[in-house]
Design a binder for this molecule. Sequence first.
Ligand code: AMP
Length: 566
Amino acid sequence: MSTFENLGLQEPICRALHAIGYENPTPIQAQTIPQILSSGSDLKAFAQTGTGKTAAFSLPILEHLDTSNKSVQAIILSPTRELAIQIGKNIQEFSKYMPKINVLTVYGGSNIEQQIKELRRGVHIVVGTPGRTLDLLKRKSLNLSNTRFVVLDEADEMLNMGFKEDLDAIVRYTPKSKQSLLFSATFPKEVEEIAKNYLNNPIEISAGQKNTGTANVSHEFYRVTEKTRYLVLKRIVDLNPEVYGIIFCRTRKDTQQIADKLIQDGYSADALHGDLSQSQRDAVMAKFRGRNIQLLVATDVAARGLDVDNLTHVINHKLPDQIENYTHRSGRTGRAGRSGQSIILANRNEVTKLKSIERILKQPIKESQIPSGEEICENQLMHLLKKVKDNSVDTSKVNDFLPQIYNQLKDFDREELIKRFVALEFNTLLHYYENAQDLNEMIINDKGSRKKSSSMNMTRFFINLGRKDRLRPSKLMGLINEQGIGNGVEIGEIDIFDSFSFFEIDKNFSDLIQSSFQKNKPVFNNRKAVIEITKKDPSSEGKRGKKRRDRKDNKPTGFGRKRRRK
Ligand code: AMP
């Protein structure tokens, strides 16, 4: 394994890295650092968030810096103020043991006069957002004529945010002789274009599949309808009592509404979006960083550059408009070697986009069943008991009250006491989920959510399991999905009867599902599941189904009744 020392970095930098807990270089660092140290070639790097790219470009820049020269030697452009601040802070940490290096972070909304003063005093590295950087250049307060390095960090995001013209203008202020370094998580046509225009014969580096950031993230999706989207979101949060994550929404309005609803329903959440003033955004981010709130409901733009390492979840309340942005979102979790979960709530339309995301991720997105109220309550109860057993509760504070407490509770035995305390903690949740519907069924039964049986694209199957086997639509879907025929395969109408059932499936997958059942021989509730194509005209399905029942099932109860409810 390589070390920072044998990548060629000087001792004070290595010392600073060890002091902040960087033991070994990440893959992007191991590739980029020696490249920039040894050659003046431009660089085009595919790197996602959370891969350690800040150090990848900052460390060789620090190594090359001439501290006796007071002119700006590196300009680092980043899409957001938060990311710029983070980069500036990181560079200060990396250079802690070096001779004094002046780093200035410039961004809109901050005091420009102060920045001009500092520039006059002499700055070696400027980190900035494109708008403010250009402003300072136009005022002639920033001089980039001696710049040796231009870094475009998160180039795709800068273009997404409409900074193309600003970038073009900034680059015109820099000398020809500079070394340009471009980092991007995705390379759509627009990024390729600026890479072509700004970079001269670049060396290409990809830490793509080696990117531990995404390898540590598991991806799963839950089917939703618009009616159930929020309910599913709550169930996911309830299932994960220790959740610390970002819920991504597409619009500012959605972001505020979801955050308001969550807060109203008693969750520890807040909203982050562009309609908030800078001080409101700072306050929300400080609360989130300090873990005073568990859930940050945010737009993509507002959450850019928010650098929090230990997020457990990223929840995609809706998929981003550009599916490439999904990797930006999911890269917020699973950072710095930790594992994380990226969850997608997908309606029928969104399910069709998952294949393309899987291709980008080179990882499957697994379908999960929406947890039932029972599962959630059980999970939370077990979580509470684990906390009690693990001694993670600080009991020292109650010591002084113990004599009084014992006295008050002296008439209850151990069992009664446990029961009462657990009930006290759980009654609200148990009550809430007491008669909770099976959302999986509700979604399957939603008229708009599935194709009608008359669809020419569906094959109808008979399966030898029914209500008596405790088969429910959600379980049947689970059984089908477990056969490994791939996610996003359209499952049509499902009719469950007492001893058998019918389901429809995209006809392109009918051979595959038959062979999978034959090969896997799945067992459901101790019964081997067998399927057969029914070559029946779906419009006369009741009658035909009856024939089937007469053959396989003597009890006519409930037959002919379509399973569609409410
Ligand atoms: P970045 O992609 O630069 O935003 O880095 C993502 C996270 O990984 C940040 O929290 C860094 O502090 C951390 N990090 C970067 N490089 C290393 C390393 N070599 N060892 C440990 N942590 C790192």
